[in-house]
Design a protein around this ligand. Sequence first.
Ligand code: AMP
Ligand code: ZN
Ligand code: FE
Ligand code: FE
Length: 267
Amino acid sequence: MFSDLHMHSTFSDGALAPSELVDRVVRAGISCMSLTDHDTVGGLSEAEEACKVAGIRFIPGVEISTMIDQSEVHLLGYAYDRGVKELGLFLEEQRQRRRSRITEFISTLKGAGVSMGDVTIDENRAGALGRPHVARMIVDGGSAASVAEAFEKYLVPGTPTFVPRLMPTPSEAIDVIHASGGVVSVAHPGDFTPHRVMMLLIDAGLDGIEVNHPSHDTRLVAYYSELADKHGLFRTGGSDFHGWREGDEENLGRIGMDWDLPSKFNS
Ligand code: AMP
Ligand code: ZN
Ligand code: FE
Ligand code: FE
């Protein structure tokens, strides 16, 4: 069953609402999807309902940004019980950190004389804010020609306006997903996860590796497949569709992975 296990909606930094995303998934011929918004479960019920109507299998997901030894590690939590209070509080803390960081980004950018489009941050937003939201404000204000340029000029480490964000450790995120009955796969490790950090993740209880991802070439796919087999981890894959990033349309229905976990996780 072709599954796309890595997708974003308007509940984080995606362009499409969960139900619009499911429409795209249907048109791409995908039969199973997971919504993995950043640090929120806010979009799951809408996506789940739309999947039910469309006859598509749905797996609850979430992408949690973590930090260890100065490496940012994105972890994908799957098939957990989203009603667990500890998980809700944990994710709310991450969203609060995101809001504080975005507020600080905006004041730093304004202080640096960068003109911004209309700035309204909804404190009660169920979803998670991220740098792409700031990038769009910068483009609207005319200070960059594109989101990519806004990142390059103002939003990445090394630029004078960069603001870091507090993040949990991978262990903390793995523990909270496990405590909620779910499993954890490391997202796009080829992007920025050194081998030493992969070993730390495995020691911390990692269950799977996102082998198939747009940022992985065939060499990396083979490398991470072997690593997964060697350590008894399962493989996951997905398009990381945001609906606005380069390659999104081509990757949909092409980059994914069968969801073949034991039936306990077939929620
Ligand atoms: P944040 O979660 O606020 O740190 O923002 C990270 C998100 O920004 C990623 O999930 C990507 O969607 C996006 N992103 C990161 N780097 C870039 C870049 N150079 N150009 C465009 N989007 C990016
Ligand atoms: Zn994103
Ligand atoms: Fe990511
Ligand atoms: Fe992602």
